[in-house]
Design a protein around this ligand. Structure first.
Ligand code: B1M
Length: 213
């Protein structure tokens, strides 16, 4: 199979939610020496974007999004050891989660993987995380970075509630708050008073690294 055919196989597999096709495609890609990041970006993330477009235009619905997400997650787990650079030094701790009201976690999980791969110890609070859990995690783990992910325009404002809760608990100045997610922008980060914004998982790891220097 050519590189193009392998990428197409993975892309189609994610679109159809066909986990076996996705994992077989990834294995074929890795065996053929393709860059794991390319498999992720050009095939898997591209397919999730297409699912989003189809959902917007009523060509697919929540069940299709769910099975695509399941195939994506399975694929990411096959790819993870190849994205992670083993044996890197520890840069400190990051507490990360998807904010209250929001269950999208594929992007947040990729941020976690990229952060871990560049040497951060990541405490992942999961999805639908409210301000009180963030505050408790900061008090318990003393991280350098608190990461907030939101995929819905309706849950973006919950980021502000978390930043306010960190202030009220007197721990805001101990951490850098990083925000991200498809609808989030640099300008929104500025408005909220977040310290850092990252467009994608690779950028999140790059930006976090600058704090470690
Ligand atoms: Co949802 N969904 N969804 N969905 N879903 C979107 C987000 C949507 C854009 C689809 C669309 O209409 N085009 C739309 C939001 C519209 C809006 O708010 N403007 C939407 C909707 C409407 C909904 C529901 C309301 C649908 C419904 O029930 N009627 C519902 C809400 C549920 C809830 O959260 N309360 C819902 C449900 C779901 C599923 C559960 C079915 C599933 C999620 C499964 C899961 O995550 N476990 C799902 C999916 C899969 C999607 C799409 C298709 C794909 C999301 C994804 O995984 N992308 C999505 C369409 C889209 O995004 N194009 C859509 C791939 C991922 C790698 O990218 O998450 O953007 P992303 O992460 C990137 C960057 O954003 C960034 O780095 C990541 C990696 O590079 N990033 C960060 C993310 N977090 C970061 C944090 C950082 C830094 C960078 O620092 C801390």
């Amino acid at each position: 199979m050519s590189s193009e055919e392998i990428l197409d196989q993975i892309y189609d597999g994610v679109l159809r939610g066909d986990t076996r096709t996705v994992t077989a495609g990834i294995q074929a890609g890795l065996a053929a020496g393709l860059d794991p990041q390319q498999l992720l970006d050009d095939a898997m993330v591209a397919a999730m974007e297409e699912i989003g477009h189809r959902f917007e235009s009523n060509e697919c619905f929540v069940p299709e999004m769910l099975i695509a997400a399941r195939a994506m997650k399975e694929g990411v787990s096959v790819l993870t050891p190849h994205l992670v650079d083993a044996g890197v030094r520890s840069l400190g701790k990051v507490v990360i989660g998807t904010v209250r009201g929001d269950v999208h976690d594929i992007g947040k999980n990729l941020v976690r993987i990229m952060m871990e791969s560049s040497g951060w110890e990541v405490i992942d609070l999961g999805v639908d995380v409210g301000p009180e859990r963030y505050v408790a995690a900061v008090q318990e783990h003393q991280p350098r970075i608190v990461g907030l992910s939101a995929l819905l325009t309706t849950t973006m404002p919950n980021m502000k509630l978390i930043i306010d809760a960190l202030k009220n608990a007197g721990v805001r100045d101990q951490v850098k708050v990083m925000i991200g997610g498809a609808p989030v922008t640099q300008e929104y980060a500025r408005q909220l008073g977040a310290d850092l914004y990252a467009l994608d998982a690779a950028a999140a790891a790059e930006i976090a690294k600058t704090l470690a220097m």
